[in-house]
Design a protein around this ligand. Structure first.
Ligand code: FNR
Length: 382
């Protein structure tokens, strides 16, 4: 029915429908620094291309006459039922594209009943984000600083402000070689963007010198500690486990042996992701990792997926290959760039409407009914 309302011009879209045009318009609106920070990837962007190749190599083989009149997009994760298999990925420094930043994205997510994953590197603090979301679902993403007291404090604040899961991002212990950002000498954190969560942290503040220096200090500490934490090992997960009773998901898993380790260490979920191609250039396309990881996990914990999802068909492919839910990153950042909260809402609405139609037209009436029999791998020639 979203589709009919659009054809009948009852709703006026705030953003273009086509991802390519959305990105192009964001390009025209933003300065080089922020645009390429969002759009770009690591190195020669081979991983970004691999993400798309991995999605494109699978083709849906639709089934007919399956009675798809009533569709159910519900997904249950950690005992909570969500109305769709979509979440907004954790993205820091959102004020570089729109002054309302994460507050606008979080409001949009809440109004569409899609969980918002707040980044440690948010412009606004996690409490400010929570305060615009009411009872709507939200998770917190931890950049695990070298300083364990700060990490513990973040976890405690997340619990106190109603976040219901912790996403621990493992693939960014330091920032990768990002050529556009180097060219533009652009790093948002150094200019004090994306430090809201830290400067509002009592433990973090207690480590700063004088209040007037807070922002610059915070940026320096962020740079050295948050993106400079190369010492962590699997043994360190015990600390997080002890400091929160919330479900913990590990984000950035690409190797099946790491998926096994996550289960061995008592983790509650994993997110198969290569950070949208922003960390290891030349890495495996994220979707190419998904089937083997789902085999290893064998339903013991939820497996989520991101990196390269742009349209409904991409979501269907990830679900069919075993993902329980997917995250989107750049698409909603472009919606935010062009039209703030409404832009993010429209991005979510469009992907969900496209997903619903693609599922139905493929002969599927539920997310749980999707499996690999719906797909053909065009690479294997069989
Ligand atoms: C990210 N991502 C990210 N991940 C994370 O765990 N914490 C963070 O603060 C950020 N920040 C961030 C900033 C920007 C500008 C982008 C584009 C991405 C990665 C993000 O969560 C997700 O993994 C990817 O964006 C998914 O890929 P797509 O959908 O952008 O292709």
């Amino acid at each position: 029915h979203v589709q009919n309302e659009i054809y009948q011009r009852k709703v006026r879209p705030s953003i273009p429908f086509r991802f390519e045009e959305l990105e192009q318009m964001a390009r025209e609106k933003l300065e080089d620094g922020p645009f390429y920070y969002v759009a770009g990837g690591a190195g020669g962007e081979g991983t970004m291309r691999a993400n798309r190749r991995a999605l494109d190599r699978w083709q849906i083989v639709p089934r007919m006459l399956n009675n798809v009149e009533n569709r159910d997009l519900n997904v249950t994760l950690f005992g909570e039922t969500y109305s769709s298999p979509l979440l907004l990925a954790p993205i820091g420094v959102q004020s570089i594209v729109h002054p309302d930043g994460e507050l606008a994205s979080a409001r949009a997510a809440a109004s569409m009943n899609v969980p918002f994953i707040a980044s440690s590197a948010s412009t606004y603090s996690m409490e400010e984000i929570a305060s615009v979301m009411g009872e709507s679902p939200r998770w917190f993403q931890l950049y695990w600083s070298n300083d364990l007291e700060i990490a513990a404090s973040m976890l405690q604040r997340a619990e106190a402000s109603g976040y219901s899961a912790i996403v621990v991002t493992l693939d960014a212990p330091m920032m990768a070689w990002r050529e556009y950002d180097l060219e533009n000498a652009y790093l948002p954190f150094l200019s004090g963007e994306g430090v809201g969560n830290y400067v509002s942290d009592p433990v973090f503040r207690s480590k700063l010198k004088e209040p007037p220096e807070v922002d610059r200090n915070a940026a320096a500490i962020l740079w050295s500690q948050v993106f400079g934490n190369a010492r962590l090992t699997w043994d360190d997960l015990a600390f997080l486990r002890e400091h929160t009773s919330l479900p913990i998901l590990l984000k950035g898993i690409l190797h099946p042996d790491d998926a096994k380790l996550a289960i061995d260490r008592g983790m509650d979920g994993i997110i198969v992701s290569n950070h949208g191609g922003r960390q290891v250039d030349g890495a495996i396309g994220a979707l190419d990792s998904l089937p083997v990881i789902c085999d290893v996990v064998n339903g013991r914990i939820p497996v989520l997926f991101d990196s390269g999802i742009r349209r409904g068909a991409d979501v269907v492919k990830a679900l069919a290959l075993g993902a329980d839910s997917v995250l989107i990153g750049r698409p909603y950042m472009y919606g935010l760039t062009l039209a703030g909260e409404q832009g993010v809402k429209d991005v979510i609405r469009n992907i969900l409407a496209d997903l619903d139609l693609t599922l139905a037209l493929s002969g599927q009436s539920s997310v749980s009914g999707c499996d690999a029999s719906l797909l053909k791998d065009v690479k294997d020639g069989s």
